[in-house]
Ligand binder design. Structure first.
Ligand code: 4NP
Length: 173
């Protein structure tokens, strides 16, 4: 257990996985960034067509909206386009469509498991980076109530996390 009272979940084996869903609270900041950055890195590697990638939120406040303008801006400054529309998780449909479901923080992971997603396919987004870089935080901090610095920090963590995840997915199972 951690200071938040939430356990630190492990992240499932991602080798060979090709369908991945990123989940945060509002689906307008962190998980759209994860989706956009992952797609961008996969495109650069020439493997974009192999992957099915999407994002969702555990809360419904922003359903139908584009990503937060601050998330769009920080991505754009790094040459990454965000093109998601906020959607709520749908445990039955999403578990059928995606092999791996990654929460951007421990609260998201707890919500996913409470909502009925199969726990063995749910994990923490930064878990793959943490395996390569000890000291990696468990959570991508929610930048929504923060400023531009918080969006930049979230972007950097998300970029490093996406790189580690993609490398793991591209390894042979
Ligand atoms: P996200 O950020 O989970 O990274 O998309 C948030 C966006 C909106 C809210 C909370 C977090 N909200 O409370 O509206």
């Amino acid at each position: 257990m951690s200071a938040t009272g939430l356990p630190s979940p492990t992240s499932p084996d991602a080798r060979g996985v090709r369908r991945v869903l990123f989940v945060c609270l509002g689906n307008i900041c962190r998980s759209p960034l994860a989706q956009g950055v992952f797609e961008h890195l996969a495109q650069e590697r020439g493997v974009r067509a192999e992957f099915t990638v999407a994002s969702r939120g555990t809360g419904d406040w922003h359903v139908g909206r584009p990503p937060d303008p601050r998330a769009i801006a920080v991505a754009q400054r790094h040459g990454v386009r965000l093109n998601s529309t906020a959607r709520l998780i749908n445990p039955a449909a999403d578990a059928a469509d995606f092999e791996l479901i990654l929460g951007m923080d421990r609260r998201n992971v707890a919500s996913l498991i409470a909502a009925g997603f199969p726990a063995e396919r749910v994990g923490l987004y930064l878990g793959y980076l943490a395996r390569r870089q000890p000291g990696t935080p468990s959570d991508v901090p929610d930048p929504y109530y923060g400023g531009d610095d918080d969006f930049l920090e979230a972007y950097r963590l998300i970029h490093a996390g996406a790189h580690a995840l993609l490398e793991e997915m591209l390894r042979e199972p």
